[in-house]
Design a protein. Sequence first.
Length: 120
Amino acid sequence: MKNIAQKIDTENQTLVKKYSELKSEFEIQKNDRDMLLRELLMKKKKNAVLSSQIEQYEKLLQEVSKEVEEQEQLAPERADTFGNESVQSNSNKFKQLKEDERDPKRYSEVDLERPIRYKI
């Protein structure tokens, strides 16, 4: 009887040890998952910012192209001047976009204190 109790006790100790190892591994995986989800959110946020910048640059390019075409149609012999006023105004728009791009508020960090909830 004593032998059986000793066997059960040693088996119980090994199972408790394995349980604690699995529990710590689970916590590590949970923390890794949370970190990856936060990283994903930051990447999506940056992607949205970059997408909006691309849209702005495309609109600016279309405006400049349209103005250049209009200038070429109005005065083909003066096509190399491009209408200095419109080029300068678009140049100013481009500079403003570049300044906005450098604005640190534009890349605000994800609120790491707010809990993240995802359905799996």
